[in-house]
Write a protein that binds this ligand. Structure first.
Ligand code: NAD
Ligand code: MG
Length: 337
């Protein structure tokens, strides 16, 4: 695998870059590209895209209506929520994008599942940072970067790869690591990861652990510290040195409990269920279900979210965190969504 890709911003020096959307990724990309010396304009709808519009203005960005930003750019980043990208493409991008311009995504969802069928005379590319926008910005500011996946779906201009690598350099990704992939691999692995492990898997594990302790009569505050707060220590060790480093930092007793009990809680049947989740990602079942849910006004999404936020662990956690003011200084301060 080629992970030693070197890149500079040179191929985009004379190109105007339009960033459509100024949320988690959009703001980080726009600020980093500008600090890298590239020409950036932001596309947002005045009156409809608050608080992003005000934020972009406060950051000193040149903000145009999306259609106008697309019209004058040679490189366009689609950094709006995935579910609105198909309509944005049809109404605003396709009628205005110049021949041989590049259209960039930070996640392959809309193109991979066919909601967007791009015009044949444009480049279609991806730079997907493996981290939230706030981290893309803070890492850049301290002279580092967040690793990025890069992919070329369509190369109409004959220069899609060099432009994409220049963009990845501009947001700081090339300082860390660039890994080449395709839209299918990025989209499917990303969805699987957030469903089975990162967002879905971990939060269920934490909640069940909390409930088990509280239902057995332990104090909710102690249960919170044990299964939620201390998770950070473990995850930081994973991040820095994998499972090996985690094992070298915890006690022998903790290691023996890990070896003999962990695989009883999460076992081979979990892996079977993970395979089923992956299959629904691969065959488009999840994408279809999510698009239908979004189109219906997200009734289930809202119900699930409310239930998650109302869980006892959230109330206990909020009260405890209010007494730990130092926690608010982390890079996670700006929500990903
Ligand atoms: P977000 O929800 O944080 O921000 C969306 C932005 O789009 C807002 O500024 C909003 O005002 C704007 N917007 C909405 N509709 C618009 C329209 N019709 N015209 C112009 N602007 C409009 O989004 P995000 O989380 O940054 O996600 C953007 C893309 O990046 C998605 O494809 C997502 O999958 C991908 N991505 C996100 C993350 C992350 O950390 N959040 C990580 C990797 C990839
Ligand atoms: Mg992801």
């Amino acid at each position: 695998m080629n992970t030693e890709i070197k890149a500079t911003t040179k191929a985009l020096e004379d190109t105007r870059i339009a960033i459509i959307g100024y949320g988690s990724q959009g703001r980080a990309h726009a600020l980093n590209l500008r600090d890298s010396g590239l020409q950036v304009v932001v596309g947002l709808r005045e009156g409809k895209d608050e608080p992003s519009f005000g934020q972009a203005k406060a950051d000193g960005m040149r903000v145009l209506e999306p259609a106008e930003a697309v019209r004058e750019a040679g490189f366009i980043s689609v950094l709006t929520p995935d579910m609105i990208q198909a309509k944005l493409y049809a109404d605003v991008i396709e009628p205005n994008i110049k021949k041989n311009a590049a259209l960039l995504f930070a996640h392959g969802f809309s193109v991979h599942y066919g909601a967007i069928k791009p015009r044949a005379d444009i480049d279609v590319v991806m730079v997907a940072p493996k981290g939230p926008g706030a981290l893309v910005r803070t890492e850049y500011q301290i002279g580092r970067g967040v690793p990025c996946l890069v992919a070329i779906h369509q190369d109409a201009s004959g220069h899609a790869r060099e432009k994409t690598l220049a963009y990845a350099a501009g947001i700081g990704g090339a300082r860390a690591m660039l890994i080449e992939t395709d839209f299918k691999e990025e989209t499917e692995s990303d969805l699987f990861g957030e469903q089975a492990v990162l967002c879905g898997g971990v939060s269920e594990l934490v909640r069940y652990g909390f409930e088990t302790l509280v239902e057995a009569g332990y104090k909710p505050e102690i249960a919170y510290y044990e299964v939620m707060h201390e998770l950070k220590l473990i995850v930081d060790l994973f991040y820095e040195g994998g499972i090996t480093k985690m094992l070298t930092f915890v006690s022998e007793t903790a290691q023996y409990g890990d070896f003999t009990r962990g695989s009883r809680v999460v076992d081979a049947s979990t892996k079977e269920k993970m395979r089923a989740v992956l299959k629904e990602v691969q065959d488009g079942t999840f994408a279809k279900e999510w698009a239908a849910e979004y189109a219906a006004g997200m009734p289930n999404y809202k119900k699930f979210k409310q239930a998650d936020c109302n869980h006892q662990i959230e109330k206990v956690g909020a009260a405890l965190r209010a007494r730990m003011p130092w926690l608010n200084q982390s890079a996670a301060k700006t929500p990903a969504k």
